[in-house]
Design a protein around this ligand. Structure first.
Ligand code: NAD
Length: 258
């Protein structure tokens, strides 16, 4: 018995990183997974590897027509849709005063509009009793210099989460948010995208950095976030809705003077 037997879940940004781990774990727990991304080659390869448990769809989360097509593809492949993980996201580094409007809007389009369109399109087509998990960030609950645009969109995702939870509760659709701290993916460790890079060495260097910053002494793993996404998508969280869940190794617990 898997925790997601019989459920159909769409995961955005699932070609790599946290979304990939969510797709793998959900498939292992019995779900049919719609792997959605703009990285077609990687997404298709993942869906192929997962076999009968998955299919790939091209989905730019900022494009409403893409959302309609993705939901249509999920319904025609599996007949229903029970879950959504809004995972796709992008990060840009800049101080607020140096951020061009175009860059601000680019991040808003993917992180915030993408999440809004996902809720809007998928909830309308979803079975009653379904689940939506939005990927925010620890920058949704605290400030962080140099990522102001990103932090603004992640704060907005918590607002969308709470309102969607209220508006969809009468259909028993639960909506929650994950707030990961630093997680070892290409977003925090771009060297992963360089085939010649020493990714293990880079991960060790990041561990060393986060050993000083994070109480648990290391960067998080995408598989750890996937387990939180599974909890929020399965009946294990049946009485939880409208909440942010911080998963950060204790980074936001407070300051330490020693
Ligand atoms: P990642 O860069 O490896 O994965 C992001 C995925 O989103 C990629 O597969 C990318 O192709 C996809 N994507 C980007 N733009 C898209 C679009 N317009 N439409 C569809 N897909 C798109 O990074 P990750 O760490 O796996 O990020 C997953 C989520 O976790 C993001 O929302 C990110 O903001 C959030 N997050 C990451 C960290 C971290 O430290 N890595 C921390 C907190 C929150």
């Amino acid at each position: 018995m898997g925790k997601l037997d019989g459920r159909v879940v769409l995961v955005t940004g699932a070609a790599r990183g946290q979304g990939e781990q969510e797709a793998r774990l959900f498939a292992a727990e019995g779900a049919k997974v719609v792997v959605a991304d703009v990285l077609d080659e990687q997404g298709e390869a993942l869906a192929k590897e997962l076999g009968a448990s998955a299919s790939y769809v091209h989905l730019d989360v900022g494009d409403e027509a893409d959302w309609s097509a993705a939901v249509g593809a999920a319904k025609s492949a599996y007949g229903r849709i029970d879950g959504l993980v809004n995972n796709a996201g992008i990060l840009r580094f800049n101080s607020l005063v140096d951020t061009p409007l175009e860059e601000f809007m680019q991040v808003v389009r993917v992180n915030q509009v993408g999440c809004f369109l996902g809720i809007k399109t998928v909830a309308a087509a979803m079975e009653d009793g379904g689940t939506i998990v939005n990927t925010a960030s620890y920058t949704a609950v605290t400030g962080m210099a140099a990522v102001g645009t990103y932090a603004a969109t992640k704060h907005a995702i918590l607002g969308l989460t709470r309102v969607a939870a209220l508006e969809l509760a009468d259909r028993r659709i639960r909506v929650n948010a994950m707030c990961p701290g630093a997680i070892d993916t290409a977003m925090s460790n771009p060297a992963q995208l360089d085939p010649d890079a020493d990714t293990e060495g880079m991960s060790r260097a990041l561990d060393e950095l986060y050993r000083k910053l994070v109480p648990l002494g290391r960067i998080g793993k995408p598989a750890e976030v996937a387990r939180l996404a599974l909890f929020l998508t399965s009946d294990d969280s049946s009485y939880i809705t409208g909440q942010p869940f911080v998963i950060d190794g204790g980074w936001l617990a407070g300051v330490s003077v020693f």
